[in-house]
Design a binder for this molecule. Structure first.
Ligand code: NDP
Length: 320
């Protein structure tokens, strides 16, 4: 039985990846900064809490990383942990950089130290590309990070590439574009919109406050994206991959689709709040995920309108 260690198992991707790997027959061990006090709500929601083993591990503490790796002896490690909000990264840049860049480095160094043939997935991000304009970014697109989060993710990406080249580690990064699900916290705009629209449709009378409606993003369905992570670690050689739907929509289109799915017109319920604008933002994030299709055989099955529909359905079921 293969053993997978998921760092950051309490998050959205961690929970879906645990579900997917358990389905593949893996023994799944997950880490949280404090496994004693974490309620693991996402694992509970997917009814996985008792099917995985949980360990406390702080990625910024080398000793704790090495201790868990030595104890668990995993075949595959998925690093999904770290401060994951672009917006919050402008307010907590040091925490963001440390948890992502130092965290990735500690993990790489600890894997090298154990001298075991561990395969590592690093959670990279499309935010590293910055504004792609009309160009659909593939793996050769240069990085131009525009937030502390993106700077940290770019650092972790190059750390991973460096350990692969310098020490022959099987380590790769998935450069994932946005992927959403009912497990997203409300800090993320997609979940914020879906939750507010459902409340408005139920008669709350509130206004939904949004920032820049013109930004364009590639929004996919999170449960599919974790399959691409696993596929990357099953290849003969470690490589980096862009993972996305290949279709870009504006935030206005996302909001309009959500309101319209509940029989409402977004213009009647949305207010623009300039306090929500970021110091630097990305106008457009466009992706070319053709390498993932060609090499991994992975292609997104769900696009933005499906994501909206499935998130609304889950939100309504949750509130029943
Ligand atoms: P989540 O925020 O849902 O989960 C990340 C986990 O990391 C949390 O559950 C938390 O676990 C841990 N964590 C949070 N803050 C810190 C911190 N300051 N220091 C250390 N650990 C922390 O993220 P997702 O599941 O959405 O994403 C998984 C990974 O993929 C992240 O690295 C994210 O940046 C990246 N990514 C996500 C995308 C998306 O659209 N979802 C797109 C591209 C990349 P605990 O509290 O238990 O320690």
């Amino acid at each position: 039985m293969k053993k997978a260690l998921i760092c950051g198992i309490s998050g959205q991707d961690g929970a879906y990846l645990a579900q997917f790997l358990l389905g593949k027959g893996y023994a799944v061990i997950g880490t949280s900064r404090d496994a004693q006090i974490n309620s693991f709500g996402n694992l509970q929601r997917l009814e996985l809490r008792d099917r995985v083993k949980l360990e406390s591990m702080s990625l910024t503490d080398f000793r704790s990383v090495l201790q868990v790796l030595t104890k668990v002896q995993p075949d595959e490690v998925y690093n999904l942990a770290g401060q994951s909000s672009v917006g919050l990264s402008f307010h907590q840049p040091v925490e963001t950089l440390e948890s992502i860049a130092l965290g990735a480095l500690n993990l790489l160094e600890a894997i090298r130290f154990t001298e075991r043939p561990i395969r590592l997935y690093n959670a990279g991000s499309s935010e590293c590309f910055g504004d792609t304009g009309d160009v659909a970014a593939d793996e050769s697109q240069p990085f131009h990070p525009r937030s502390p989060y993106a700077v940290a993710k770019a650092t972790a990406f190059w750390e991973t590439a460096n350990y692969r080249e310098a020490y022959n580690l099987f380590a790769c990064s998935g450069i994932l574009f946005n992927h959403e699900s009912p497990l997203r916290p409300e800090r993320f705009v997609t979940k914020k919109i879906v939750a507010a629209v459902c409340r408005i449709a139920a008669g709350s009378g509130e206004k939904l406050q949004l920032g820049n409606l013109g930004i364009q993003r590639d929004w996919g369905w999170a449960p599919e994206y974790v399959q691409a992570m696993w596929l990357m670690l099953q290849q003969d050689a470690p490589e980096d991959f862009v993972v996305a739907t290949g279709k870009t929509f504006s935030l206005e289109e996302f909001a309009a689709a959500t309101f319209s799915a509940c029989g409402l017109n977004w213009r009647d319920h949305v207010e623009i709040d300039s306090a929500l604008l970021r110091p630097a933002d990305i106008d457009a994030g466009r992706a070319d995920p053709s390498k993932a299709a060609r090499v991994l055989g992975w292609q997104a099955q769900h696009f933005m309108p499906d994501v909206v529909r499935m998130m609304i359905q889950a939100e309504k079921e949750e509130k029943k």
